[in-house]
Design a protein around this ligand. Structure first.
Ligand code: ATP
Ligand code: MG
Ligand code: FE
Length: 346
């Protein structure tokens, strides 16, 4: 099927067009520059930017794909989770398209889309698999046996109990004086530095593992980095930004990979699929490959451009909804800012 996907959960207006597993267009307009001076995404600014960008992004996607709206078999849209006002813009646009074209509408979960997108690059999803979802708002380990969510297809095994991994990257970047969003800047800075500081690995003590085996905590790590940097500044010594970045990045990646591999082994699955914006991190990609290989586990990570928010990921999940015969959403589909990951189709 030819599916058009719309994503507006945060600060990216994304329209993707996909035929089966083939990516035809992935148009993204980001308002990230407008948020940069605030050091984080401002919801009202994001909503307005989506409104302005929606139609041009839609037109750009159709032009790139060489299709007209009439060719499309179904419309998929992110219904949640995300910023309420931002989600509403995408949902309203998707409803208008579905209604005017007389095509089915699928309101889908943003997190499941971060998993589904991989099929555009590496073909049919390995199901069951262990999905490690790491983004600006989430850090979760999921057992995925059916990405459309049918028959408890997505089972959450663990999640962050405080900051998300991407959030930690952004906050640490800020205290190192790097621009927002900080993930890519830390990644780049870390390549010039070495792992010289032993920052804490959250929820890995024997006691914590009893209750939080597959959960994460990154706020203690962020505080530890802040204390370390402050101590240097108080002593009047320069802050070795590259080494701090490398050491912080290593701490995050070490915990993520350790727990993901443990979960995959425990669940007896043979594939780990990494998704979300932090999956673009170069060290995370290498470390996951390295440690999974020791257990005979395969790793799939989409290319960086598909890891951050986009419309193609929504279309990719929409294709599975159509292909697996899921019932389309109603035209009064709501936007659900806290849509749980177990609820893939609304
Ligand atoms: P969510 O998907 O949870 O709703 P989001 O939309 O903010 O949140 P994404 O667009 O998936 O998330 O990811 C953005 C996050 O990814 C930011 O926190 C950013 O710093 C981080 N990120 C992007 N590239 C990298 C990288 N190379 N290394 C580490 N983090 C990165
Ligand atoms: Mg974003
Ligand atoms: Fe996302």
């Amino acid at each position: 099927p030819l599916v058009l996907g719309i994503e507006t959960s945060c600060d990216e207006t994304g329209v993707g067009i996909v035929r089966g597993h083939e990516l035809l267009a992935d148009a993204v307009a980001s308002s990230v520059e407008e948020h940069a001076r605030f050091g984080g995404v401002v919801p009202e600014v994001a909503s307005r930017a989506h409104l302005e960008a929606m139609v041009p992004t839609l037109e750009r996607a159709c032009e790139t794909a060489g299709v007209t709206l009439g060719d499309v078999d179904a419309i998929a849209v992110t219904s949640g989770p995300g910023l309420a006002g931002a989600l509403l813009v995408g949902v309203a646009a998707a409803k208008a398209l579905a209604l005017s074209l007389g095509k089915p509408l699928y309101g889908v979960n943003h997190l499941a889309s971060h998993v589904a997108v991989d099929q555009l690059e590496h073909g049919a999803l390995p199901e069951p698999c262990l999905a490690m979802l790491v983004s600006g708002g989430h850090s979760s380990l999921l057992r995925v046996s059916d990405v459309t969510g049918d028959h408890d297809g997505i089972v959450p095994l663990g999640a962050t109990i405080d900051d998300a991994a991407g959030e930690a990257f952004d906050k640490v970047a800020r205290l190192l004086g790097l621009p927002f969003p900080g993930g890519p800047h830390i990644d780049r800075a870390a390549r010039e530095g070495s792992v010289t500081i032993d920052f804490p690995r959250g929820l890995t003590s024997r006691r914590d593992l009893e209750r939080h085996r597959f959960d994460f905590s990154f706020s203690g790590l962020k505080t530890a980095v802040a204390r370390w940097v402050e101590a240097r500044e108080r002593a009047g010594e320069p802050v070795p930004v590259a080494d701090v970045a490398a050491s912080f990045q290593e701490a995050v990646c070490d915990v993520l990979v350790r727990k993901a591999v443990d979960a995959a082994v425990t669940e007896g699955v043979e594939d780990i699929l990494v998704g979300g914006g932090v999956a673009a991190n170069s060290r995370l990609r290498v470390l996951t490959e390295e440690r999974a290989a020791q257990h005979g586990i395969r790793v799939r990570v989409p290319r960086p451009g598909l890891c951050t928010d986009n419309g193609a990921m929504v279309a990719a999940l929409g294709v599975e909804m159509v292909a697996r015969g899921r019932t389309p959403s109603a035209l009064n589909l709501p936007a659900d800012s806290s849509q749980p990951v177990t609820e893939v189709l609304v």
